[in-house]
Write a protein that binds this ligand. Structure first.
Ligand code: AMP
Length: 291
């Protein structure tokens, strides 16, 4: 595995792949790699001939008071995991390489940013779009792989690729979960043992919502209420939102149906976690790790 820190070295490597006729797959991450990230690497390796994984904790997607400074970082560990999983090129730029000065251009997710995490994290999706667009210009991948765990992000980026006619195919991969259903996240590292136990109520609650749908509920309120009930008794949990939304517009669904996305954000202690299931599908296509 080769490691590059500068944009020019990264571009040079990319050119070599082009000359060799290799299709390049790309997995952007903020590091502290876990099995969720590595499943995206597997997916990239299935779809392309060479895989780039970036590790970059992107300051522009963190708001004031968010966890940019304490976000978990461990490049040595990430290097080992990436290499063992078959990553060909690790791209680890410094903040000064990506942002030699504050960008003047800004991207706007439009109405897709008006829902769910958008209003709660002002500027977050603009920051995600900016860094992903820059990374796509630098790496010029044939395929880029994102996780469905961050459903709103994947939908916003899919729309950005469409709207801007970017020459990349986006692939959205299933959520990887612990054996009790908790979606893997770098932020799970913040949880105390008690909070970790409480966090398991999140996938249980989404399951309850999915069950209500399977049993015939058609009103979003009924499905959302089934989710909320599961979380009511969790003292350590503060729900930010539970919603059933349209998979294209992210607007609240008027009726729930197959492909409606049931989304949830909650704080467990001080840690903010998000998760979702696609109705009609539930966690059937997700990956569960052994206990
Ligand atoms: P992050 O490092 O949190 O920015 O995540 C990098 C990529 O990994 C994003 O496309 C995420 O959606 C994806 N990802 C994060 N957690 C999971 C998970 N549990 N399962 C699948 N993909 C994930």
């Amino acid at each position: 595995m080769i490691q590059h820190a500068t944009i020019s070295d990264m571009r040079h490597w990319r050119e070599e792949q082009r000359h060799a006729g290799r299709r390049v797959g790309f997995v952007p991450t903020m590091g502290h790699l876990h099995e969720g990230h590595l499943s995206l690497v597997d997916r990239s390796r299935d779809l392309a001939d060479a895989t780039v994984l970036s590790v970059f904790v992107n300051p522009t997607q963190f708001g004031p008071g968010e966890d940019f400074d304490r976000y978990p970082r461990d490049l040595e560990r990430d290097r080992g995991l990436a290499e063992r999983r078959g990553v060909d090129c690790l791209f680890v730029p410094l903040v000064s390489e990506m942002y030699p000065r504050a960008a003047s251009v800004a991207l706007d997710p439009g109405s897709l940013g008006a829902h769910l995490c958008g209003p709660l994290r002002p500027g977050h999706f603009a920051g995600v779009m900016l860094v992903v667009l820059k990374l796509l210009h630098i790496v010029e991948p044939d395929i880029a792989v994102f996780g469905r765990k961050d459903a709103q992000q994947a939908i916003i980026l899919g729309r950005m690729v469409d709207d801007l006619n970017l020459e990349v195919q986006l692939d959205v991969a299933p959520t990887v979960r612990e054996s009790d259903g908790l979606a893997l996240s770098s932020r799970n590292a913040y949880l105390t043992p008690d909070e970790r136990r409480a966090a398991a109520a999140i996938p249980r609650a989404l399951d309850a919502g999915h069950r209500a749908y399977r049993e015939g509920a058609t009103e979003p309120e009924t499905v959302v209420a089934a989710v909320r009930r599961e979380l009511e008794n969790e003292q350590l949990m503060r729900v930010e939102y539970i919603d059933a939304v349209d998979p294209e517009t992210l607007a609240p669904a008027r009726r729930v149906q197959d492909r409606t996305v049931l989304v949830l954000a909650a704080r467990v202690g001080a840690t903010r976690l998000i998760d979702n299931v696609v109705l009609g599908e539930g966690t059937a296509s997700d990956v569960f790790l052994d206990g």
